[in-house]
Design a protein around this ligand. Structure first.
Ligand code: NDP
Length: 448
């Protein structure tokens, strides 16, 4: 879609000039700006105050060297990033991605999207994201620890429980958060909720580990319910086999769906009897092996190399939970041709713009990442609340709050879609609902 609105076209042109060679960031900005056309037409005050011109520029970018020593005694160097994008409604909040593909474009797209997602949760958290091109895969615990300590030695200067609160993301799980938290505590001599996704013995929240995947399914269930159906009896395909994918599979199964395929970056497994999640957890969470191992352990299951083939598996509901742009137009068309009726995004920006257009044209129910996967960060904000109170809620209490938040996000996104765009266009609805709260806060703060 080209911009009809001249002001937005100008903003986007400036973003392109200022951020060349950053395709993921430009993709994320374009998608949001396209959906804001009806808003800028109704709200000249937002245009006059330059809110959108300011929103597309991070408040602060921190880039730093991360040196560490590997097990053979060799000095290794990675690059660390933290983009503090927007703090209008709360301290910067967003995960740390550890993956060899990490670069400014990827961290900026994630940080930019985080602004709207965090706003949608209804909780007081701003947007940020960080990471490094370090690959934890194949590294020993000692190597991961030395990397995390070095990474945090610099990052600690820029974060704090009321300033910026990082969390996990691809490659950053409980082990990495533990090492980073330990180093922060040592450097600052304070025990505060500066990271979320912490272990339960040192301030973590019950249900945080499950939150993104569970939240995705609560959101999807609400979307299904509002369209007269549910997970019960539906066939589900989940890409990835990391944190989000595992707990999306768990909740989809609890809600009556049958998950028949999961993947990792090497390929996918199909188990028509329903994925045995205890086997996946053992392989991925405990032994840190490849998903192909599932086919060795479960009779009847099959492994196929190459990860995009998972979208050719016939299903009613697709939950992409691996990485950005994992569903292109061809994969989207394969899903549609096989009768898929629902796509809800657990990963960030997993569908290309062409894929989203194909889903919308075919009338699928589509839950965009900013809304559908906000349960992780929402529960991180609940972890921050518990840390501030020096108190812990039970699993059931956190889970109930998460469910209410996801239902609220669906309703707010739906309401904004009906008010400003097409009812049920949750891409527009989520962007608009998330944007308006941040824009109003930025207006209140003056030009800063
Ligand atoms: P994990 O590292 O736990 O798992 C990532 C999974 O995706 C792994 O199975 C990995 O396979 C697979 N994967 C990664 N890159 C690729 C690729 N290029 N092609 C195919 N598969 C790939 O990460 P999370 O589960 O935490 O994150 C998954 C997605 O969800 C990301 O987009 C993340 O930003 C998003 N997200 C995460 C939240 C959280 O709370 N953790 C919150 C909101 C969003 P392999 O092991 O082979 O690399």
């Amino acid at each position: 879609m080209a911009f009809k609105n001249e002001y937005l076209a100008g903003v986007y042109e400036d973003v392109c000039k200022r951020n060349p060679n950053e395709p993921e960031f430009l993709q994320a900005v374009k998608e949001v700006l396209e959906t804001l056309e009806p808003v800028v037409e109704k709200r000249p005050d937002i245009v006059a105050a330059g809110v959108i011109d300011r929103l597309v520029e991070p408040e602060r970018a921190i880039i730093f060297r991360v040196s560490w020593v590997d097990d053979s005694g060799k000095v290794r160097v990675n690059r660390g990033y933290r983009y503090q994008f927007n703090s209008a409604i709360g301290p910067y909040k967003g995960g740390i991605r550890l993956h060899p593909s990490v670069n400014p474009s990827i961290i900026k797209f994630l940080g930019f999207e985080q602004i709207f997602k965090n706003s949608l949760t209804g909780l007081p958290i701003g947007g940020g994201k960080g990471g490094s091109d370090f690959d934890p895969k194949g590294k020993s615990d000692g190597e991961v620890m030395r990397f995390c300590q070095s990474f945090m030695t610099e990052l600690a200067k820029h974060i704090g429980a009321d300033t910026d609160v990082p969390a996990g993301d691809i490659g950053t799980g409980a082990r990495e958060i533990g090492y980073m938290y330990g180093q922060y505590k040592r450097l600052r001599n304070e025990f505060t909720g500066v990271l979320t996704g912490k272990g339960l013995t040192y301030g973590g929240s019950l249900a945080r580990k499950e939150a993104t995947g569970y939240g995705l399914c609560y959101f999807t269930e609400e979307m299904l319910k509002n369209n007269g159906t549910s997970f019960a009896g539906k066939t589900v395909v989940v890409s990835g086999s990391g944190n989000v994918a595992i707990y999306a599979t768990e909740k989809a199964t609890q809600l009556g769906g049958k998950v028949i395929a999961m993947s990792d970056s090497s390929g996918y497994v199909v188990d028509n009897d329903g994925i045995k999640l205890d086997v996946v957890k053992q392989i991925k969470e405990v032994e840190r092996l490849r998903i192909s191992e599932y086919a060795n352990r479960v009779p009847g299951a099959q492994f196929f190399p190459g990860c995009s083939g998972i979208w050719t598996v016939k299903c009613d509901i697709a939950l992409p939970c691996a990485t950005q742009n994992e569903i292109n137009e061809e994969s989207a068309k394969a899903l549609i041709a096989n009768g898929c009726q629902v796509v809800a995004e657990g990963a960030n920006m997993p569908s290309t713009p062409e894929a989203i257009a194909a889903f919308q044209a075919a009338g699928l129910l589509f839950g965009p990442a900013k809304a559908a996967n906000a349960g992780g960060v929402a529960t991180s904000a609940l972890e921050m609340s518990q840390n501030s109170m020096r108190y812990s809620w039970t699993f059931e209490e956190v889970d109930a709050k998460l469910k209410q938040i996801m239902i609220g996000i669906y309703n707010n996104a739906y309401k904004a879609s009906a008010e400003y765009a097409t009812p049920g266009d949750l891409v527009a609805g989520a962007n608009i609902a998330g944007f308006l709260k941040v824009a109003d806060a930025m207006l209140a703060h003056g030009v800063i």
